[in-house]
Ligand binder design. Structure first.
Ligand SMILES: CC(=O)Nc1ccn([C@H]2C[C@H](O)[C@@H](CO)O2)c(=O)n1
Length: 109
């Protein structure tokens, strides 16, 4: 059973450590710093890594910065486009900062 999913197209960035945040809606704002989460692919729920939650912080869409985009391994316009596709019309988000603990069965930290 996985605790959080990501679209498959983000898997390689996550396991390479290039993507270290995710922006989610209120339904996924309940994670707690220090919590370890099994991560699966949204499309098939196949587990691919475990992450540790570093922080969960509310952020308005209009307050997103180049730093958020860098942590997503995107440009700010790309990030806003992705968010608009996933969460149309949503303006209140939660930035979940995480670090990679293991990928599949291999410990990385
Ligand atoms: C079900 C669901 O919402 N899944 C999501 C939501 C977001 N992401 C990624 C896409 C972007 O990189 C950030 C910002 O939303 O988080 C995702 O992979 N899967």
């Amino acid at each position: 059973m996985n605790d959080i999913t990501f679209f498959q197209r983000f898997e390689s960035d996550i396991v390479a450590g290039r993507k270290t945040i995710t922006l989610r809606d209120v339904s996924e704002s309940h994670f707690i710093p220090g919590q370890q989460l099994r991560v699966g692919r949204y499309e098939d729920d196949v587990y691919f890594c475990t992450i540790e939650v570093v922080s969960v912080t509310p952020v308005a869409l209009e307050k997103l910065t180049d730093e958020h985009a860098r942590q997503e391994n995107m440009t700010l316009p790309e990030l806003k486009e992705v968010i608009g596709e996933i969460y149309p019309g949503l303006t209140e988000l939660y930035a979940i900062v995480f670090r990679l603990l293991t990928k599949s069965d291999k410990r990385v930290l």
